[in-house]
Design a protein around this ligand. Structure first.
Ligand SMILES: [Zn+2]
Length: 317
């Protein structure tokens, strides 16, 4: 089965950070979208992270940068894990529409509007629900034109609805769990998932302890979120965006970053001691759990990678 992980959550500041990719590779992941930046960083930090990732993936055996789904297949046939990039938040555009094509040319294949708090493009999920801005609408049109996936994770409710209404192509939630199962502001309402499916998109379930349940990264509970979406939106619109990062105890700066940026991570929503993530090897366990719960093999194949692959083949150019 093709395994597609729609979002890696580790922060990328050096070649050393990229060695984490071996965790996905040894878990049998075929395609991974590697995050190169988010609104907490400056746009030029994102460009620098992109340069590091391109260089490392280009020269490291076992990995290939890909531009389209055909190249994913080719990489997999050669035994390599396929890599493209994503950006979490449009501060990375520095107010310039042309940056969309610039990032696309460098391998960025999905981008979301606002990382938790509002920015020049739209609203974040932990801020006033102000909706998509004029610039945000122009970015959607530009993303549609260049073939970049519009991602609604981390965004405010109105921004997600308005983005789905104005995009001419399917839109994804790369890593957003169900509020119906875990009432956290980072999770999404059923109606957001329903609209995403209606326009042909895919919702990826993540493995972050706070968003899965009560400090919960169990395969069983992650599978519960997947099953909730399968029941709600049907089997063509559910995938996985695990958002894996190193265990917090191995990240000396992580708690500092979170506590110094409480506007991005309001303390009431993010007691940092609770932040953990399920591991990529659990994706195989998720498949087994779905099969044990009597889901057909074709459905499991869709969740593991087929659905995100379909949307990418429709949108990427
Ligand atoms: Zn994220």
């Amino acid at each position: 089965m093709l395994i597609w992980d729609a979002h890696a959550g580790f922060e990328l500041n050096s070649f050393h950070d990229l060695e984490t990719l071996s965790v996905w590779k040894s878990a049998g992941v075929n395609f991974l979208s590697v995050n190169v930046g988010y609104d907490v960083n400056t746009w030029f930090q994102t460009v620098k992270a992109l340069s590091l990732a391109r260089e490392w993936v280009g020269k490291t055996e076992g990995y290939q940068l890909v531009r389209n789904v055909i190249e994913i297949d080719e990489a997999n046939e050669a035994g390599d894990m396929a890599i493209a990039f994503d950006v979490e938040g449009m501060n990375a555009l520095d107010g310039s529409l042309e940056m969309v094509s610039f990032y696309y040319d460098l391998g960025v294949r999905q981008m979301l509007f606002a990382y938790n708090i509002n920015n020049l493009a739209g609203g974040g999920c932990h801020d006033e629900d102000t909706g998509l801005t004029k610039f945000g609408r122009a970015v959607v049109a530009k993303m549609n034109a260049v073939g970049m996936l519009v991602d609604c994770s981390h965004c405010g409710y109105r921004t997600t609805i308005e983005a789905m209404e104005c995009s001419e192509q399917p839109v994804i939630f790369s890593h957003s769990n169900a509020k119906a199962l875990r009432d956290h502001r980072r999770n999404i309402l059923d109606e957001q998932a329903l609209l995403c499916a209606e326009i042909g998109g895919v919702i990826g379930v993540n493995g972050i302890s706070l968003f899965v349940g009560e400090n919960d990264t169990s395969t069983r509970s992650i599978t519960d979120h997947i099953e909730h979406y399968l029941d709600l939106v049907g089997h063509d619109h559910v995938g996985i965006g695990l958002d894996y990062f190193h265990p917090v105890e191995e990240l000396p700066n992580f708690n500092e970053t979170v506590s110094q940026n409480s506007h991005y991570w309001p303390l009431s929503d993010y007691p940092t001691a609770e932040l953990h993530c399920a591991e990529p090897r659990q994706i195989q366990e998720i498949a087994e759990t779905l099969l044990q719960r009597n889901h057909r093999e074709a459905v499991v194949k869709g969740v593991l990678g087929g659905n995100f692959r379909r949307v990418a083949s429709e949108v990427w150019k």
